[in-house]
Design a binder for this molecule. Sequence first.
Ligand code: AMP
Length: 307
Amino acid sequence: MKIIKTKKGVQKEIARLRRQGRSIGFVPTMGYFHEGHLSLMRQSVRENDVTVVSLFVNPTQFGPKEDLARYPRDLGRDSRMAREVGVDILFVPSIEEMYPEFEGTRDKGQGTGKACAFGRVPCPMSRVTVKVGPIGDVLCGASRPGHFDGVATVVVKLLNIVTPDVMYLGEKDAQQVVVLKKVVKDMDLPVRIRTCPIFREPDGLAMSSRNVYLSPTEREEAVVLSRALREAASRIRSGERDGQRIISEIKKLILEGAHASIDYVSVVDAVGLSPVRRISGNVLIALAARFGKTRLIDNITVKVHGQ
Ligand code: AMP
């Protein structure tokens, strides 16, 4: 496995592989790998000649008060894990490599430490960004304004650098999948998107790099999220069709089972993310809750046939 730190380095390597007619799968990540990340990499390794993984904790998708500075990082461990599953190229750019226009503006007016370069703080330099529109303002976007613009911008940049045939995304970040599918479609980007199911701990908690923040009690209580979602899905399968009742039931289960504060619980149409009153078709039940300082997300998709 090659670890490459520059865009030029990746582009040179990709050009060489393309001359050999190789197909390329791509997995964008922020690192601190767990089995969820590895499942995406394995899928790509199975389906492509070459797998490229990017590891970049993208500052522009973090808000000023979010966890950019303390986001877990361990390149040594991550590169061992990626190598073991058969990744060919690990692209690990620096902030300056991805956003050269920010060079010298690190910490401008922030004083928040080295790792917190600029977040979504306005920068004196102008730069071109992707705006995803209203689809980025609902669910997670409502409490993380600008987050999906940051995600879309960095993913478009990465796609232009890596030029993969297929990009692999996890259903854990359901809204991210919807947003990036729309970006690819609306911008006519020549890449296919493959999604992979949520990888869970044995007790049901969705794997996340952020789970390491949880205290032992919070970790135990966090299982309530997946339990509440499963319970809701089973109610729908047994005939419940009232979206609001499902939301109330989930909120009740979470608050009974954990010292958590709920960011949102929503029942939405799985394609356009618009709220669903009367459940029919393909619905996404998505939620975010805070356990102490840690914000966790989870979701489940339920297919309802007929009315
Ligand atoms: P991240 O490093 O958190 O940005 O995640 C990188 C990719 O891994 C995204 O496409 C995520 O949706 C995916 N991912 C993260 N956690 C999981 C999980 N538990 N199961 C499946 N995919 C995941």
